[in-house]
Design a protein around this ligand. Sequence first.
Ligand code: C2E
Ligand code: CA
Ligand code: CA
Ligand code: CA
Length: 277
Amino acid sequence: KHEGRNTYRLYQADIDRKARDQLSMETALRNAVETGEGLYMAYQPLVRRDNKQLISAEALARWDHPEHGPILPGKFITLAESSGLILPLGKRVIDLVLEDMARWRGAGKKLVPIAINLSAAQFWQPDFVATIKQKLHDNDIPASLITFELTESILLNRQADGTALLQQLRELGCGIALDDFGTGYSSLSYLHNIPAHSLKIDRSFIEALDHEENNSRTIVAAISSLARELGLKVVAEGVETEQQWHLLGNYAIDFIQGYLIAKPQPQGQFAEHLSAR
Ligand code: C2E
Ligand code: CA
Ligand code: CA
Ligand code: CA
């Protein structure tokens, strides 16, 4: 009995500590979002599968905590979503990307389209499309140089509204990519209604390609042929090995992204991939 109590106390102390850590992490993130300190974007190239030529890049948020150093996006994006910070963080992300693009252009580089990840709250902001239009105008960046990546789950339950919003972004000239494809709950049946330009096959399927004893090859083949029928470009995410790259040649994959080609890199390093104008 005595021991049981002690265990309980330890457990309680553990919960208290976790709650405190969580709160101080949230405070630090709030400060970062307000000041911009420690926040920057990393850019990961997307290349053609066949000749590995640079086509575009995905912008991925990075946060260096003042004491703990780099925090994984999986952690701080989730924290931002649960603490109401995702909207200001999302705004920061868009501003950082446009800033970096203006910098590259100023350095005489030829820009490629940059893909920005959207979270649900951001996408559903009533003034989202208008804000984007204004920001693009202010920074003199053509809409065709911005792609938005969103997951199917963002559209879940609000398909008609979501499709209309995507249509507006499309009419503005922005690209639309369906992210993490194949992992969501949604069915393929409404895919033809979504006005997307491309579909990104989730990394989990690509990772599994190296092992013959699963269905990943069949799934990748099915997704890519369906996408092709619907006029969507197909991106394979998380390509890490030569073998995956080689196998993907069998499945009408247009573009690839992954450590095999390049890791996400700070803007200065990424700019070296851009050709001169
Ligand atoms: P995601 O959109 O699916 O982004 C791809 C993730 O896969 C990135 O992780 C990238 O670094 C990682 N990755 C790329 N190639 C490889 C590979 O070959 N192998 C492996 N193992 N991983 C690879 P990251 O940067 O940690 O981002 C994680 C997630 O956080 C993103 O997943 C995205 O959902 C979210 N995220 C990142 N930046 C933003 C942002 O600015 N806004 C929003 N809303 N979400 C973001
Ligand atoms: Ca993404
Ligand atoms: Ca993804
Ligand atoms: Ca993901």
